[in-house]
Design a protein around this ligand. Sequence first.
Ligand SMILES: [Zn+2]
Length: 301
Amino acid sequence: MARSICRLNIAAATLGLAMLLSTPIHAADADPFAGVEVSAAKVAGSVYMLTGSGGNIGLSVGTDGTLMVDDQYAPLSQRIQAAIASVGGDEPKIILNTHYHGDHTGGNPQFGTSGTIIAHENVRVRLLDEEDFARAGLPVVTFEDKLRIYFNDDELDVLHLPTGHTDSDAIVWFKNANVLHLGDHFFNGMFPYIDLEGGGSLQGFIKNLKTIIAMAPEDVRIIPGHGKLGTILELAENVEMLESTYSAVEVALAAGKTEQEILDAGVDDRWKSYAWQFITQERWLKTLITEATGGIAQARR
Ligand SMILES: [Zn+2]
């Protein structure tokens, strides 16, 4: 039984990345980005959050120039640049990638022609694995554990989080502005996507979030990878959801429930609102079952 459950979840995990792209795609649209508007909102200090389609972008604009965290999709690059200009910024000198997924690195080839792309080493490794990924979009400065950047009168700590959303994750802490960009370690109010095939794990994800909560000031503002600007309280609720839904699946499996029975039972009412277009309740439960039955490594057997 466990094996068949696991095999089903390989498919779910594989589908995940493609399905994650939070674009309002309609089958009939020739250009799925036609209706996408990129807009900028001030967060604190020199930091702004840009929303459009794909992962939320963080931005620092000031006397040293422009620094950007993630860059969504290639077709949006001009709109992103226009949104940067709307808050007084220019071409980003530095581009940080929070991880390798295409909805966070799609603009790299464009922005990498004029700026320096910095990311965890595994971002470069995984982008090199992608067929035809433009060389200009590869990180040219990589790090293993952490990095500090002094920019626009702020001190940025860029910290690698091991084995979480993927194996290439970093968060960016704008210490003076008191803002965190958590990349896809935070889907605010939504079930997260855990890229088990991309080196992620639920247990690592939870551990990383607890590290962040212990480290960050209580009043820090948080730019999530997906969803609206968040707080530590919302992040803590996310951890509670992760632990609660995972433990419910563990209990059900220990009681001999089948995958179908677990899917039919669904998640506790308290967490139903976390379901969204791409990580539905079913997909989330399948991720939990895969993790609880030994993770993707065992699922491959
Ligand atoms: Zn991602």
